[in-house]
Ligand binder design. Structure first.
Ligand SMILES: NC(=O)c1ccc[n+]([C@@H]2O[C@H](COP(=O)([O-])OP(=O)(O)OC[C@H]3O[C@@H](n4cnc5c(N)ncnc54)[C@H](O)[C@@H]3O)[C@@H](O)[C@H]2O)c1
Length: 331
């Protein structure tokens, strides 16, 4: 990033406190950024736009021209990161390559963005005296263990390079809390879904993929028999968890963020048919490497540690997501 741009940002940083969202142009990061801005705070988004969307940012820049600052930057450039974190209060760390499939295809690149990137975020946060780092961790840490619901006392069994990366990030967060007294919290997200989630990439998550196809009158594609299940979590709940985490005194722990329920993919298609008034039958294809069979969270630790309770259930979240996609199709 240009030296002049960094200097300008440093001047701004001195005049007002602000929070940082890495990966703020992405799906979850942009929802969190919007929520922080709506609360009246200043936000600095750091993103390299590898999967982030410029349209997410353009919309927010228009609404919050004076309090949102966008820095196109790669978190693996530590020197630049330290300058950008200077004066930052809470670092919400969402930047990552968030895909099991991509990590299977290119584990080195996944490790570089997800592990090296997270370590550099922690180092920069430590030296810039940030008040706290909130890390977007992943339920993939639990792997295929049969026990349900998954709770934080279970032994991690990451099955893919992505899951290993995300778990390594958690371990670094804990180590920085223990050794350097940098307050950190890791939020293990379970299948977050909602508006603005990309349906088009070959690595797209299942709900936006299903909705986009079904809105076009095409059958959804399911890998495996469709009886695999997930604790699908509407994105508003992840935002609430971040806000609660940033306000809490807890540090050095990992906690599940989900609804505590689970739905099979066949059930998701059935509900979508109901919402859309269609009767599309799924097409089944062979299962993919690294995918887990069932996932459901115990969310009691997040409730006791940071006061988190999911506010929007799966069906309501699905309805709101379909509504957003329908509106987008009309625009
Ligand atoms: N979506 C989910 O269900 C889910 C589940 C578990 C964990 N997570 C975690 O939540 C976070 C956000 O995921 P998402 O679904 O919003 O994905 P996303 O791809 O929409 O967002 C990731 C953002 O990080 C940015 N980014 C990637 N590498 C970067 C780098 N080196 N430097 C700067 N920016 C970089 C991308 O451009 C993008 O804007 C990720 O850390 C992911 O691992 C997501």
């Amino acid at each position: 990033m240009a030296e002049a741009a960094i200097r300008k940002q440093l001047i701004m940083a001195k005049s007002d406190s602000f929070n940082v969202v890495t990966g703020g142009a992405g799906f979850i990061g942009s929802h969190l950024t919007r929520a922080l801005l709506r609360r009246g705070g200043r936000v600095r988004v750091i993103d390299n736009f590898s999967t982030g969307k410029r349209e997410n940012m353009a919309e927010l820049m228009e609404q919050f021209p004076d309090t949102l600052e966008l820095c196109e930057h790669d978190i693996r450039d530590l020197e630049g990161l330290q300058k950008l974190f200077s004066g930052g209060e809470v670092i919400f760390h969402h930047a990552a390559i968030p895909s099991v499939q991509k990590s299977v295809e290119n584990p080195l690149e996944s490790n570089s963005a997800n592990v090296e990137g997270t370590l550099k975020v922690l180092i920069a946060a430590r030296y810039s005296s940030a008040r706290k780092v909130i890390y977007a961790a992943s339920s993939s840490v639990y792997g295929n263990s049969e026990e349900l619901p998954k709770h934080e006392g279970m032994k991690p069994q990451p099955m893919s390079p992505y899951a290993i990366d995300k778990y390594a990030g958690e371990l670094y967060c804990k180590a920085f809390s223990d050794i350097y007294k940098l307050p950190t919290l890791s939020l293990r997200y379970f299948n977050i879904f909602g508006p603005h989630q990309d349906p088009d990439s070959p690595y797209a998550a299942v709900i936006p993929r299903f909705i986009a196809r079904m809105l076009a009158g095409k059958p959804p594609v399911i890998y495996d028999d469709g009886e695999q299940s997930r604790d699908f979590t509407f994105v508003h709940n992840a935002v609430i968890a971040n806000l609660k985490a940033s306000e809490s005194k807890a540090s050095g722990i990992s906690m599940n963020i989900a609804c505590g329920d689970r739905f099979s993919l066949n059930e998701v298609v059935r509900l979508l048919n109901e919402i859309l008034g269609t009767s599309l039958k799924p097409v089944y294809e062979p299962s993919r490497l690294g995918d887990v069979r069932h996932s459901q969270a115990d969310v009691s630790l997040a409730e006791s540690a940071i006061g988190f309770l999911p506010e929007v259930g799966f069906r309501e979240g699905l309805r709101r997501t379909v509504e957003w996609f329908q509106k987008k199709t009309l625009d």
